[in-house]
Design a protein around this ligand. Structure first.
Ligand SMILES: Cc1ncc(COP(=O)(O)O)c(C=O)c1O
Length: 431
């Protein structure tokens, strides 16, 4: 993919052809596992089509509906009632008439949930990540960012300033070095430190407390993206911010509704009304994009309410039981999994060629799981990202592991036949 990111040539349209040729070659060989479409609710078992029209049917570990909120009867009922009463559309952006009764309540709910004074909504999580950076950081300011931060954060940073310094993944000491260097020369401009509470390809977590302390020491502002753990991790669903006793203590918290809250949309929680109002009028995806529909805001609000009840705690327990069971069975089958237990279980594949061959065999084995390869992860570190849901059954998990193993064994045989003289990197440690 990276080869086609900066195509050369004066004709903007003609120069994209190379990508299509390469993509189509992969498609023709069944090696393009992207752009699939579900044929029914993307629940624990699901029918889908690949983008060449091939049918897939299997246990689904490619939905990011961690608490299975999207199929909750209560949430569906709220959606129906709100559509009936308010229709399906918001009037405009949140800067104009786009706020609704539901969006106002949702903002309050998120602020209260995070122990922060204010929260502002965005049309998507991506827009929130991009928008909080572009909204606050100017060209003379600095951004110090974890090298693996999500694309919305990287794009926001690139749009805001050229003064971007990456620190190695989760390396607080390296972050400190950058802050020291910047402050030694510049005490006039702002610094934003950007990270995630749970990294979506590695399932690991920074020391949020240490980063906030660093920011306080150097007069910087910490921004943490909590897209993947808010609502679903920790006894009360406050994710790593809660587990690290940082609730209400992080400068800026940004999140998404597309993982745990069964919808679309995002938010930024902040320390005061001044920041809230500034973002509303100076963060382009908030100011110039239509606000969440009443139905989206109302269902996300209901999801937050459920998350705070015993039902929410039970869903989190079910999810964690599933996560631990999947990780254990994968390891027993000889696979290696990344990071710490979370709803993201990434299985090591290594070589892209091998991973693509294994991925090609997943549909016929009856497993829907996403292949992740360079540049989303470093070269030679391809992996299968399995996303766990509360509603997965023990049988779904057993099926997933045995089907991955089945696909892997075929993929390895194919890989070895293609590369008679190349040693395949072992994906599974045992035979
Ligand atoms: C860490 C992170 N931040 C932000 C986003 C964007 O969220 P959304 O899907 O709501 O646009 C994602 C989604 O992929 C993500 O993984």
């Amino acid at each position: 993919m990276r080869d086609y990111r900066y195509p050369k040539g004066a004709d903007l349209e003609a120069r994209v052809e190379g990508f299509f040729k390469w993509q189509n070659l992969r498609r023709q060989h069944g090696l393009w596992p992207f752009s699939r479409s579900t044929q029914e609710s993307p629940s624990t078992v699901c029918a889908a089509l690949d983008d060449a029209g091939g049918k897939i049917n299997g246990v689904n570990f490619a939905s990011q509906d961690y608490l299975s909120m999207s199929v909750s009867p209560v949430i569906k009922k709220v959606a129906q009632e709100v559509i009936e009463e308010f229709g399906v559309h918001s009037a405009g952006s949140a800067a104009l008439l786009g706020n609704t009764h539901h969006s106002r309540l949702l903002e309050k709910k998120i602020a209260e949930f995070l122990g922060m004074p204010e929260a502002i909504l965005f049309p998507t999580g991506w827009a929130a990540g991009y928008g909080v950076i572009k909204g606050l950081v100017r060209s003379t300011d600095h951004i110090v960012m974890d090298a693996l931060a999500h694309t919305c954060l990287q794009e926001g940073a690139s749009a805001a300033t050229r003064n971007i310094y990456l620190f190695r993944h989760n390396q607080v000491a390296e972050c400190r070095k950058w802050l020291e260097k910047i402050r030694a020369k510049d005490t006039e401009n702002g610094i934003m430190v950007v990270t995630e509470s749970l990294f979506s390809m590695d399932s690991d977590t920074p020391d949020i407390k240490a980063l906030q302390e660093l920011c306080d020491e150097f007069g910087a502002t910490l921004m943490v993206d909590v897209a993947h753990d808010l609502g679903n991790l920790g006894h009360d669903g406050r994710g790593h911010i809660g587990m690290q006793d940082m609730l209400g203590k992080v400068d800026l918290v940004m999140g998404s509704f597309s993982k745990t809250f069964g919808s679309n949309g995002g938010f930024v929680a902040c320390r005061n009304r001044e920041i809230y109002e500034y973002l509303r009028f100076f963060s382009p995806p908030c100011t110039f994009s239509n606000a969440l529909s009443p139905m989206q805001a109302a269902t996300v609000l209901k999801a937050f309410e459920i998350i705070e009840t015993t039902e929410g705690a039970e869903l989190r327990n079910k999810l964690m039981t599933n996560i631990l069971s999947l990780r254990k069975q994968l390891v027993e089958a000889g696979f290696e999994v990344y990071g710490d237990p979370s709803a993201i279980v990434c299985v090591k594949a290594g070589s892209e060629a091998l991973a693509r061959l294994v991925s090609r065999r997943l549909p016929e084995a009856g497993l829907i799981a996403n292949l992740v390869e360079f540049p989303a992860v470093p070269k030679g570190q391809a992996r299968f990202r399995m996303q766990v849901m509360a509603n997965h059954t023990p049988q779904n998990i057993r099926d997933a592991v045995s089907r991955l193993k089945q696909a892997y064994d075929i993929g390895v045989a194919e890989f070895e036949a293609l590369n008679e003289h190349t040693e395949s990197e072992p994906l599974r440690k045992t035979a």
